[in-house]
Design a protein around this ligand. Sequence first.
Ligand SMILES: NC(=O)c1ccc[n+]([C@@H]2O[C@H](COP(=O)([O-])OP(=O)(O)OC[C@H]3O[C@@H](n4cnc5c(N)ncnc54)[C@H](O)[C@@H]3O)[C@@H](O)[C@H]2O)c1
Length: 432
Amino acid sequence: MRTPAPIAPAQGKLGVLMPGLGAVATTAIAGIEAIRRRLAPPIGSLTQMATIRLGKKREGRSPLIKDFVPLAQLDDLVFGGWDIYDDNALQAATRARVLDGHHLEPLQDVLQAIRPMKAAFDPEYVRRLRGPNVKTGTRRELAEQLIQDIADFKAKNGCDRLVMVWCASTETYIEPGEAHQSLKAFERALDQDDRTLAPSMLYAYAALKSRVPFVNGAPNLSADIPALVEMSRELAVPTCGKDYKTGQTLMKTILAPGLKARMLGLNGWFSTNILGNRDGEVLDDPGSFRTKEVSKLSVLDTILQPEIYPTLYGNISHKVTINYYPPRGDNKEGWDNIDIVGWLGYPMQIKVNFLCRDSILAAPLVLDLALFVDLARRAGMRGQQEWLSFYFKSPVHEPGTKPEHDLFIQQTKLKNTLRWLRGEELVTHVEE
Ligand SMILES: NC(=O)c1ccc[n+]([C@@H]2O[C@H](COP(=O)([O-])OP(=O)(O)OC[C@H]3O[C@@H](n4cnc5c(N)ncnc54)[C@H](O)[C@@H]3O)[C@@H](O)[C@H]2O)c1
């Protein structure tokens, strides 16, 4: 195994730039502000709450992750972003109706000061939304304006480093095309104002060009195309994605490994949701839903390995739907009906009814990913960071390899990567 490079210290301010100042972004920003003022605990965040076991069990060494690896301090984070609406972060958070007034009220000044920059937007990619706060120009001009925004934000806020975390709407489904295959083709497509470059790709390109790590919280391709993978490797910038693993898919990747561990079979998994926030409205468009559907459907196959276990998992019906239902707002409700098979082929059923809060589940992921991808950059890591698969529904992976979806393997991979970064023995659970 390669020896890790020394990790540069987390000195100075870390700017967290978010395309999309909607429910997830504002819940993350307000939450981090509340946590640093000691108004609330950072529940759901590994970087703030989890420990990591080091060495043999009997050594009893289990520091907090944040004391083990040099992460940016919450007090050093500064937030900014882009949106097609010009609401400041307080207005956007109020509109999103995720956090109560008693949480938002003490944070009013900080949230009001965060005003979105003009977005790089193309309504063909998000058909349900139209907003006034958008840039104009060709694809090349939009990318250049984004690069300028990044530089201006860094200078204005005196940041030492930046990360970009995509929190904008899910774009319509596209397959990687000609313009996405190499950096040369991508640059040419920028010059030709080629509409097959999605806005999220322009943000990712601008981030990489500015040597800023890019995190993709939505299922759209963004940086997950050969051209931008090539760029991230060449410029030594880490990226990760795609699509935060939060409600129903989180439950799926917790339950499915358990069923498989016990060699229980599966006939079908029917999942449906009602969701009433702006994300739900965007996903009501078939193109955006298709992007999400592909992301949500992919998880079971790689966990259950039907090619190895055809008797147990060779013929599964897997269905996922999301229904836009405004009264529920951000409080998504998900139902799962799981048809499992036991000894001698006897059928059984499991029902899961998850009454969750979408952005409450996603916000700690924004924080962890911002801190970990910044750590990766300071540790000299480049390209797609598979060790962050833990956080995603559609983890990026090397071509020709399968993504890892099992939450517990993902957790082991994440923690072992942190151990490796600090020169600690990897934990294999085989102990004398
Ligand atoms: N909440 C979760 O649990 C969860 C889980 C996985 C993925 N996601 C994804 O995270 C993203 C954000 O979710 P949300 O609930 O905050 O949605 P939201 O609709 O509240 O916020 C998204 C914001 O992005 C803006 N936007 C759209 N296109 C843009 C562009 N090109 N540039 C800048 N801004 C743009 C919209 O105007 C909107 O304000 C969505 O793509 C969603 O699918 C959320």
